[in-house]
Design a protein around this ligand. Sequence first.
Ligand SMILES: C=C(O[C@@H]1C=C(C(=O)O)C=C[C@H]1O)C(=O)O
Length: 130
Amino acid sequence: MSTSEIDATVRAELNRLRESIDNIDAAVVHMLAERFKATQQVGRLKADHKLPPADPARETRQITRLRELAQSANLDPAFAEKLLNFIIAEVIRHHERIAEEAESGQAENGQAENGQAESGQAESGQARNA
Ligand SMILES: C=C(O[C@@H]1C=C(C(=O)O)C=C[C@H]1O)C(=O)O
């Protein structure tokens, strides 16, 4: 049976549920956007103070907490853990990029302080680490 053939009552119920799903998806997007705004600030703070991009101990605490929350909300804890790990991996990538940008900015400043600003570009991360 195609969706165009289904009963009007079923269609109305489906639409009602889908409206709710759309609202929830919008809320998820907005909440994720706020979370990433906060984590970007954490990334800058870490870069400014030369702290590592990832904090595995904090991640372990978050996963334990989220699994407990999931359990009490009747959500599969394994799913909650996978989702959080997926988000955290992206955050860590952002933090690594922020740290690289801060380092190359500092390298440029260092050259400027040494009076070498006009003599060339800051070295790339790869060249510096070679
Ligand atoms: C945001 C942070 O950085 C990383 C990302 C985390 C997250 O997205 O929740 C948690 C720990 C860190 O690996 C942090 O240290 O708080």
